[in-house]
Write a protein that binds this ligand. Structure first.
Ligand SMILES: Cc1cc2nc3c(=O)[nH]c(=O)nc-3n(C[C@H](O)[C@H](O)[C@H](O)COP(=O)(O)OP(=O)(O)OC[C@H]3O[C@@H](n4cnc5c(N)ncnc54)[C@H](O)[C@@H]3O)c2cc1C
Length: 332
């Protein structure tokens, strides 16, 4: 039987467009494959995806296994699993990486179970040791320590958080091969999309500016004040977890360990203490500005600018000042 070798990346797509996490995984996958002297491949399932498959080569893949079929247009976990499992059995990659998105978190464990292998979920960094084993790094104990995990079974499978790895620069001169695979699409899997629920359109992971509110806020309606500031700065509103748990704002806005990891140019934390689980999700922001009444709040330890005071005075003052300057600029 073929030896396990190489790295394979699952390339997620939605509405025919590859999710950016696939490019991030290829960036890291390329680095590891070069260290191991191994091949980097990718698997893409969808309909009319040939161009997107070629893009994966420009971002680092040597080979792309393409499953193109109308039944794969939408994510159907049963059908996706069938095809991915049969490919992994055939190709025997030593490492198989999946994005820790909703799709990846649904597919990954099912594929691992079918293959009888382990899976390390939610990795934030990956490396290989001298023996060529994958080191899977992820937070443990609520983000207080970073665990380094190795797997004895093969393939070594990991899901990786979005926005943790760097994608390579697109290189349209890179050469590789797109291998069109026969699609296993037998029978009805019983999975139907009954309704698409539109999110409120906020994507904190892509925002350049985030104004986040925490338990220092007194009322759910006060998010309007933060929204006003975010609008003026061309940004979006984020939140710490307790306000999401309280139903004040939707989960899409949550920043932190069990929410989104963000890397905006500016992160403004209003009434957020800076618990490790919150810091985990925003500490890589370019500039962090904290507004907090308590000078000993841990958030100040990671901030570039700290404003000690009441957010109910400071946020409206900032809004007024930005408006004044905008008006001046408009007149000038
Ligand atoms: C497994 C696990 C996962 C978790 N995941 C997340 C996560 O993803 N994201 C997350 O955020 N948390 C997460 N938490 C919760 C986390 O531990 C903290 O409880 C939470 O981040 C605290 O939120 P906070 O800073 O808004 O509230 P608090 O810690 O209560 O802080 C409120 C702050 O507001 C300040 N303040 C009060 N009034 C004002 C005012 N008028 N003006 C200015 N400042 C004021 C106070 O001084 C205080 O510092 C997780 C916890 C666990 C155990």
């Amino acid at each position: 039987m073929k030896e396990y070798s190489g790295i394979m990346v699952f390339a997620e797509q939605e509405d025919g467009r590859t999710h950016p996490i696939a490019y991030e995984l290829l960036g890291k996958g390329r680095e590891l494959a070069d260290k191991l002297g191994a091949e980097l491949s990718s698997v893409l399932l969808g309909h009319r995806m040939r161009r997107e498959a070629e893009e994966l080569i420009y971002y680092g893949a040597d080979r792309v296994f393409l499953y193109d079929h109308p039944s794969l247009r939408e994510f159907d976990v049963v059908r996706y699993k069938q095809n991915v499992v049969s490919l992994v059995r055939e190709e025997r990659p030593e490492i198989f990486l999946i994005g820790a998105t909703l799709v990846g978190r649904t597919l990954g464990p099912r594929v691992a179970a079918a293959l009888g292998t382990g899976l390390t979920a939610d990795c934030v960094e990956l490396d290989v040791d001298e023996g060529g084993s994958l080191i899977q790094i992820r937070p443990a104990f609520s983000g207080n320590i970073m665990a380094r995990i190795k797997t004895e079974t093969r393939p070594q499978m990991a899901t990786v958080r979005y926005r943790m790895m760097k994608r390579l620069k697109r290189n349209p001169n890179r050469r590789g091969e797109v291998v069109e695979k026969r699609v296993r699409a037998e029978g009805d899997t019983g999975i139907r999309i009954l309704k698409r629920i539109k999110s409120d359109g906020i994507d904190v992971t892509e925002a350049d500016v985030i104004v986040s509110g925490g338990r220092g806020m007194r009322d759910a309606d006060d998010f309007r004040m933060l929204e006003e500031l975010a609008d003026l700065l061309g940004g979006v509103v984020g939140s710490s977890r307790p306000l999401v748990d309280a139903g004040w704002i939707s989960k899409e806005h949550q920043v932190g360990f069990s929410g989104n990891t963000v890397k905006p140019r500016v992160y403004i934390a209003c009434g957020i203490s800076g618990a490790p689980q919150h810091l985990f999700g925003m500490r890589d922001s370019d500039v962090i500005i904290a507004i907090n009444k308590d000078p000993s709040a841990p958030i100040f330890r990671v901030s570039d600018y700290g404003i000690i005071g009441d957010l109910y005075e400071i946020v409206p003052a900032l809004v007024e000042e930005i408006r004044r300057r905008d008006a001046e600029r408009g007149r000038g």
